[in-house]
Design a protein. Structure first.
Length: 284
């Protein structure tokens, strides 16, 4: 399935489905969208850590990232989505390998639309997102503008399917495609998640396993031409506590389980790779 096919399939589902909405009291549910006139806000701060050890050299990578996402309900089953994120710090412990980002405004942006339709207890959601960033702004003074004087642009398509059980648990799966639309190689990345969501009293829990895979531009590895294949498995989860009926505070994270990367860095050389963060969610 290529990215264009994914978008066409998404559009077909949005047009063919009749209007249907499910009223979620739990707005942390993966299928929850704000109703018409309502606004959902999600503020996140997170840190990532990666340690590589190939038996010859060791290196540690650190990153700190913050983001704000807003969803505005424009119908009983449709919401407009927008976000802005910023990488405040991203470096290795080796000064020679330091990425030297601006650390002032490494912004990335996005906007799109999400649509829900349910078939009784079977829940579905489709979404399209446009993502972009100014590469010179992101990489700072070491980035040569003449290499690419345009903003990096990508389209993301998502399909999500779940089932609302009688016990209040919602097992679900999602499939996501991210494709470059402003480069010669038109790289594509895919992500498949399988998990479940459940609320106990005032605590909402979401957990599962994510499989990321794709193929990037060919790279040279040890003098040979690599094929750029990559794949990785992650355990991810989140916990949110309802402070009030329309405000939650929570934590989330993901942990690398394994995989393979046919490039200069192999996932077999990863000692650890994880992300942890805090989130505040508000429904206005």
């Amino acid at each position: 399935m290529n990215f264009r096919t994914m978008l066409l399939a998404t559009a077909a589902v949005m047009v063919a489905s009749s209007a249907s909405a499910k009223s979620f009291t739990d707005f942390t549910n993966p299928f929850a969208l704000p109703t018409k006139g309502k606004v959902y806000s999600e503020t996140k701060v997170q840190t990532s850590r990666l340690k590589l050890d190939d038996g010859k050299e060791k290196s540690k990578y650190k990153e700190f990232y913050a983001s704000e996402e807003l969803m505005v309900g424009v119908g009983e089953n449709t919401a407009l989505v927008g976000y802005i994120g910023n990488t405040f710090d991203s470096h290795t412990d080796d000064e020679k390998e330091k990425l030297q980002l601006n650390n002032d405004h490494n912004f990335n942006y996005g906007f799109g639309v999400r649509y829900n339709h349910d078939f009784g207890k079977v829940l579905t959601q489709v979404g399209v997102m446009y993502r972009t960033m100014d590469e010179q702004s992101f990489f700072g003074q070491n980035y040569k503008k003449e290499d690419n004087n345009r903003w990096a642009k990508a389209l993301e398509g998502t399909i999500k399917v779940g089932y609302e059980t009688d016990c209040g648990m919602t097992p679900y799966t999602s499939f996501k495609v991210l494709g470059d639309i402003d480069s010669n190689n038109n790289e594509q990345a895919y992500s498949w998640f399988v998990g479940a969501h459940k609320v106990w009293d005032k605590t909402a829990v979401d957990a599962g396993v994510r499989y990321d895979f794709g193929k990037s531009a060919e790279v040279k590895t040890g003098g040979d031409l690599g094929d750029g294949r990559n794949e990785a498995f992650y355990l991810q989860g989140s916990v949110d506590y309802y402070v009030t009926d329309n405000v939650t505070l929570g934590a989330y994270g993901e942990y690398f389980l394994g995989g393979d990367f046919d490039s200069d860095t192999h996932y077999k050389d990863v000692d650890y790779n994880y992300t942890v963060g805090l989130a505040a969610k508000v429904l206005f």
